[in-house]
Design a protein around this ligand. Structure first.
Ligand SMILES: CC(C)(COP(=O)(O)OP(=O)(O)OC[C@H]1O[C@@H](n2cnc3c(N)ncnc32)[C@H](O)[C@@H]1OP(=O)(O)O)[C@@H](O)C(=O)NCCC(=O)NCCS
Length: 173
């Protein structure tokens, strides 16, 4: 992905980070500052793949997003959902944050858009995430990106779900 202007001379780049890299070391304090260490590190048997994206402004990490690929329903112990003989997969965003001083500049939106682009390329039929009630900035961002909302009794939360209908394998003709 090419760099985007965010403010003045600043340049925003969204890039995938691998755990054995120097960039991972630079990103980690940002993860800690936002208290999302557990979400960035948690592993589960039903995670088929895991991707961490970093947002860099002028080369410095200021935000991140982690999504995992999972078979639709597996995290709930439900059987596969099959469409046109293909088992459906989703991208679940489980960590997402931007440093307070860099917020409201479009960085979170760029991370979400890059996650959706990658999820589509990975043949996921939807992107999903969970949020606490009353997270106004996250609500605004998700709703304006076209996510639907499913309120949940689990941990006083809502699920945000966005279909990715252009996946080649799911075309209806
Ligand atoms: C959610 C979060 C990642 C968004 O990052 P960001 O870089 O500020 O996101 P963006 O700038 O792309 O978009 C934020 C949008 O929310 C809007 N917004 C900010 N505060 C708001 C509020 N209190 N009420 C309503 N909208 C608000 C902004 O105006 C912006 O909308 P716009 O693009 O239409 O102008 C960031 O707020 C954050 O790190 N929060 C703490 C961690 C968190 O809540 N993570 C998500 C749940 S796990």
């Amino acid at each position: 992905m090419g760099p985007e202007a965010v403010k003045g001379e600043s340049e925003l780049v969204i890039i995938e980070v691998f755990e054995d890299s120097q960039l991972w070391q630079q990103l980690w304090p940002v993860v800690e500052a936002l208290g999302q260490e557990n979400y960035v590190q948690v592993q589960a048997e039903h995670f088929r793949a895991s991707h961490i994206l970093a947002a860099l402004v002028n080369g410095q990490p200021v935000g991140f997003l982690r999504f995992v690929v999972q078979r639709l329903g597996e995290d709930e112990g439900r059987p596969p959902i099959v469409f046109r003989e293909q088992t459906l997969y989703e991208a679940k965003i489980i960590a997402f944050g931007v440093l307070p001083e860099e917020r409201n500049l479009g960085i979170g939106r760029s991370l979400q858009q890059e996650a959706m682009r990658r999820a589509k390329a990975l043949n996921c039929c939807q992107v999903r995430s969970r949020s606490a009630y009353g997270n106004d900035a996250n609500y605004h961002l998700k709703i304006s990106l076209g996510f639907g909302i499913q309120p949940s009794l689990e941990n006083d939360s809502v699920y945000f779900i966005k279909a990715l209908p252009a996946v080649d394998g799911l075309k209806s003709n």
